[in-house]
Ligand binder design. Structure first.
Ligand code: SF4
Ligand code: SF4
Length: 360
């Protein structure tokens, strides 16, 4: 297998401490041993030694959410998701991808997103109404644009209410997140990074609504040598700076926060938590902040919907155990999947919606 020395060393460095078995959100949901960093490392070490073919372990590669929870706790000090991503790249380059993943990659190439050939009409209309000249761009991301009309509506409303001057793009380029997730940094992925960076470079500031897009723009563009002159900032940091001092405290009922793993863990941003704390006193779920637990991906929902339903439901169990009547959710994917798999009668609210309420 064509993998970096670092990835090969990570595969062989596993000390079988079992920590990733306890914290992997996919393993927690499915209860299957194969859904751990340890099991994936073992499978890939067999491929590396010629005892298995890559296509025989390929499906397992795409069951990892790349949430980095195992990196945070792995005894080796390495990043297990890095070898998963390199193996996905190898699968893409050698034709070992499962058919469902191949379909998603084709959609990314043909449609510019993995979900649909055109935007939902309500989203398209809302974006057309908000397109205007400005040096600040609200970048919504494809999960919200194609799969979460509510997240689009909430982000637009809270930006307007904050008093910020901004614009949106009816034809927003993909950040490259989906292609990166599915195939690693292939030539096609880097081409999407460059195309997006070029568009972003026409603005002074980019307010990014989805943590996964911000992670790609900040980390993977740099690693691929792609630069943009624009300043990138998460929606939560922007709102903290723009309107944090004007929020009315006093959210009713017990509530908790479902943070974005990309922001809280990978980018070490705690602005969403600061906003939630400005609204009242959030109850903390088991594992939060840098240890927060992934609660679902709309991209993965395209090929393993039952697992995503289970992942979201397990996180809602954490919220129920924390005594929360309401969960404030940062990412559009987790917002939609928690709403769709809510067996506890907990109110699921977008963090943007909660901030909007407190600004009214
Ligand atoms: S990155 Fe997340 S989903 Fe993947 S193995 Fe690690 S903990 Fe599990
Ligand atoms: S946490 Fe790291 S060292 Fe421990 S079993 Fe998992 S991959 Fe191996």
């Amino acid at each position: 297998m064509n993998m970096s020395v670092r990835a090969k060393e990570t595969i062989d460095a596993c000390r079988f401490c079992w920590m990733c078995r306890h914290i992997c959100p996919i393993g927690r949901a499915t209860g299957q041993e194969r859904n751990t960093a340890r099991a994936r490392a073992l499978a890939l070490s067999m491929v590396e030694r010629g005892a298995e073919k890559l296509n025989s372990v390929a499906e397992n590669l795409y069951e990892c959410a790349l949430c980095n929870a195992c990196t945070h706790d792995c005894l080796t000090g390495w990043e297990p998701p890095a070898f998963t991503l390199e193996a996905r790249r190898e699968a893409a380059l050698t034709g070992a991808m499962p058919a469902a993943i191949g379909d998603l990659v084709r959609r990314c190439m043909e449609w510019g997103n993995p979900f649909a050939p055109a935007l939902p009409e309500e989203t398209a209309k809302a974006l057309r109404e908000e397109e205007r000249p400005s040096d600040t761009l609200l970048y919504l991301g494809e999960s919200a644009r194609y799969k979460s009309v509510a997240s689009v509506r909430q982000a637009l409303a809270v930006m307007k209410k904050s008093g910020a001057g901004f614009t949106v793009l009816a034809e927003e380029p993909s950040s490259g997140y989906a292609l990166h997730f599915l195939t690693g940094d292939t030539e096609e992925t880097v081409a999407q990074y460059k195309k997006c960076a070029q568009v972003l470079g026409q603005f002074k500031k980019i307010v990014v609504a989805d943590g996964n897009d911000l992670l790609v723009m900040r980390r993977y563009y740099r690693e691929a040598g792609v630069e943009t002159a624009a300043e990138t900032v998460s929606l939560w940091r922007f709102l903290s700076e723009q309107a944090g001092g004007r929020l009315r405290r006093g959210m009713q009922g017990a509530f908790t926060l479902q943070e974005s793993c990309a922001l809280a863990r990978d980018l070490e941003e705690d602005d969403a938590h600061a906003l939630a704390a400005a609204l009242g006193e959030p109850a903390e779920m088991l594992l939060h902040g840098k240890e927060c637990v992934f609660a679902g991906s709309l991209l993965m929902n395209e090929y393993i919907p039952e697992t995503m339903a289970c992942v979201a439901a397990r996180r809602l169990e954490d919220a129920a155990r924390a005594g929360a009547e309401r969960v404030l959710v940062c990412d559009p994917s987790e917002y939609e999947l928690m709403r769709a798999n809510n067996a506890h009668g907990i109110e699921i609210v977008g963090l943007a919606e909660a901030v909007l309420e407190a600004l009214s």
